[in-house]
Ligand binder design. Structure first.
Ligand code: FA5
Length: 340
């Protein structure tokens, strides 16, 4: 009787243990048959009731069944453990022979690259690179440049005023005055730098952008000299012929004044948001220095004259690399910056 129960139990246990398709099912089978309160343990408890001869025989049988199930259980269990380990190793596998990812070398911002190229060009032409403060006095930013308080030109450059009468410089032209004060005449300087205007931001206008001021003061400086330097500048940057136009421009600090525009290189002149559909981009206002400005800098206009220009450096970068929105330049997006 017990013999039959035992053999049925064995074949059920074998099929559950051998057929378990995961570690949890196997463990359930172990608890059911081999556990402390499992089927085999229960049969063991029954054996006390048997006659001694039968007890010995069933005892032997019980041991054989137990050993058979235990060894099957062990085989299956180590199979699952190996599979689990293999899966973990496959997931955590690292190829130690691969080169380490390392850090990508940094690169200079396109603005810095072009600024440095222009600094190199102008220093080779005998110009000094000078600097001026971003927080300026009203006098250097406006009055000394022949822009009195009531002059409408002040409205053309929307100003960030500071509480103590200072302002964030709206252009690099105040550096002209500082350079004249410091070095006198003759003078050849360029002054690249950051300027600020309280304006609406769009594809071609930022509130914070870069200009590069240039000034040359000597005896008998003419518009022809000025055009020579403008042309050298554009050839150095674009390394190809670009279409430009010169038109009269009004700035109180130059007389005569000009606007040098470049045909838009984003759309080729057919019109786009950068050139406001006009086909032209204002790039290089310039002119001969107004006598009042020379006087502000302590230079005698009877003896000296000169030219000055205020290159829109940020716009120049846009034209050189055909960048269709000025906002890319200060957005700090590495995907954009890594292209330069
Ligand atoms: C001036 O700032 C004058 N100081 C330039 C000058 C210097 C004229 C010396 C004569 C002699 P303007 O406001 O036009 O001029 O600005 C000069 C250039 O800066 C523009 O041609 C344009 O290229 C660029 N610019 C002006 N506003 C912005 C802006 N919001 N965002 C980006 N670039 C601008």
């Amino acid at each position: 009787m017990l013999e039959t129960t035992l053999s049925e139990l064995e074949s059920r246990a074998v099929s559950l243990i051998d057929g378990a398709d995961n570690a949890e099912a196997l463990e359930n089978a172990r608890v059911e048959f081999l556990g402390r309160k499992g089927s085999l343990a229960n049969i063991g408890k029954e054996m006390g009731k048997l006659a001694p001869a039968e007890r010995a025989q069933i005892g032997k049988l019980l041991n054989a069944v137990k050993q058979n199930l235990e060894s099957r259980y062990e085989v299956r269990k180590s199979g699952f453990e190996r599979a689990e380990l293999d899966a973990r190793l496959a997931a955590e596998w690292v190829d130690l022979t691969l080169p380490a990812p390392g850090t990508r070398p940094g690169s200079l911002h396109p603005l810095t690259q072009i600024q440095r190229e222009l600094e190199e060009l102008f220093t080779s032409l005998g110009f000094a690179v000078v600097d001026g403060p971003e927080v300026e006095t009203e006098w250097h930013n406006f009055d000394a440049l022949n822009i009195p308080p009531t002059h409408p030109a002040r409205d053309a450059q929307d100003t960030f005023w500071l509480t103590d009468g200072h302002l964030l410089r709206t252009h690099t032209s105040p550096v002209q005055v500082r350079a004249m004060e410091k070095f006198g005449a003759p003078l050849r300087i360029i002054a690249p730098g950051r300027v600020f205007r309280n304006e609406e931001v769009d594809a071609s206008h930022e509130h914070t952008f870069y200009q590069l001021e240039g000034m040359m003061i000597d005896r008998d400086v003419s518009v022809a000299h000025m055009l020579y330097f403008m042309k050298s500048l554009l050839t150095a940057i674009f390394k190809k012929d670009v279409t430009v136009r010169l038109r009269p421009g009004f700035f109180p600090f130059v007389e005569p004044g000009f606007e040098l525009d470049i045909q838009c290189l984003i759309c080729g002149g057919s019109g786009c948001p950068v050139c406001k559909q006009s086909g032209w981009v204002e790039l290089l206002p310039c002119g001969l220095v107004h006598p009042n400005v020379l006087r502000s800098g302590g230079i005698d206009p009877e003896e000296w004259n000169g030219f000055a220009f205020g290159l829109g450096l940020t716009r120049l970068v846009m034209m050189r690399y055909a960048i269709d929105d000025i906002r890319h330049l200060a957005a700090g997006d590495l995907r954009f910056l890594q292209q330069f």
